[in-house]
Design a protein around this ligand. Sequence first.
Ligand code: C2O
Ligand code: CU
Ligand code: CU
Length: 518
Amino acid sequence: MNRRQFLAQSIGTALALGWVARTPVHAESMPMDHSMHMMHGGDAPAMPAMAMPDMPMMNPAGIDLTKLKSGEPLKAFTPIVFNQGKADLMIQPTEQVWLKSGSSTPLWGYSSAGNSLIDATEGDTLSINVMNHLPEDTTVHWHGVDVPSDQDGHPHMPIASNQSHTYQFTLPADSAGTYWYHPHPHKRTSFQAAQGLAAPIIIRSKNDPLTALNIPEQLLFFTAPELDAEGKIAPISMSEQMNGRIGNVVLVNGQYQPVLTVAPNSMHRLRLVNATNARYLRLSFGKTAMVQVGTDGGLLTKPLAPQTELLLAPAERAEVCVTFTEATTLQALYYDKGWMGGGMGWSEPKSDQTHLLAIQLSGDAATPPKLPEQLRPIQALGEPKVTRQFVLGEKMAMSMENGKHSMTMDFLINDKAFDMKRIDFTAKANEVELWEIINNTDMDHPFHIHGSQFQVVSIEENGKVTDFPYLAWKDTVNTKKGQTVRLKIMQDLKGLRMYHCHVLEHEDLGMMGQYNVL
Ligand code: C2O
Ligand code: CU
Ligand code: CU
């Protein structure tokens, strides 16, 4: 093996130097003369024709948004019918009609009709028989729900094409909240989610203080496909591998710019789910305030102060109560998560869509109730027995062999890319640990841990440590570029657990680890 690695550095640095990368990730077929271009960088010619057909450098022009149907009443997800705790999930190719022309977009779904809601109650035992009718392996991961390791749908338990598998678990006490399920196969998570596989889970409690208010509840499940000019799901480009698939269309419950009609002055409980591959959602109803009452793992101890915007990183959820006194729109405001490749002409696409959902008023005015002062008790996790550090990083490397070169792009934790065969460390069940997530990269990364909800303790930025302002259960926390986020976690179930960046492209490129809870 005569393989010589001649460049390995952080992706950010490589791009800042004007080093123009033109090869697909992990592709090994570029002729030598092009690699010389790469070394020159700087005044590079326009986008070359070297991209492999299945891995464009950047996205070609996408759908003209005026071609999409909009303004239809917001739909609710169909709940899956459980018969004595049992249900079937048929993962299969399906399609949706998003275009006014009536032409459809081929997708993958959890049923022939699209994706359905799991709506269940704490203590329920669910037995879900999954049939994989996709042409490749998949798994179903119940994001945020504390299920046993062997029911978690992690990449070690793939369901082969045309095979079935039954997941069974009991929804834990005190787990009421909003979750979601999505695929988690080795290196294919981002692709499969981009084909449409993502669906909501609501776990209810028998004594939810907000249920007593008798206010309407609405699930808002956000996804962000990248549609090409014909309205088909575009292949994931190299720029998207780096920056994540942020998508060119943001859908609410699978619809483009739908309308929710509410009574004037009515208060609504909204369950917000960011089920996009990689898009940060800085949500706002304009001057209509949101009162946050819940996070990833369910209700807070008490409602937070009203706020006019809320940042939902990929995979995060929030519950808010909103009183609509006037017609408004739910918007996604610009959020600077950091962008790589601008120097190479892969600049951040400017989103044409900020309007996600219209709120219309109709009917008799309601009288909004007063929110309870206490929502539920949350026990603060005690003194940690162990402290661990997780340094997020990136690396781009080039190598040459027989006049051909290849480029690899890795997203790393503690300098290592994910390896199915490597257990990164072991931990003890029922022991509190302090995890420090150190983001040394040029981008935000949403950090997620399987198996247990955790509590964010503090956030450090420019040497200044700020205590996290409230107690909350979370399974995903955003780490902004340059920040160190500290959290406490205690796993109470034994077994293998993954932790990773929830920009699914980064997860697939290696920003993931696994540990064994003993
Ligand atoms: Cu939602 Cu390991 O993922
Ligand atoms: Cu998860
Ligand atoms: Cu990431």
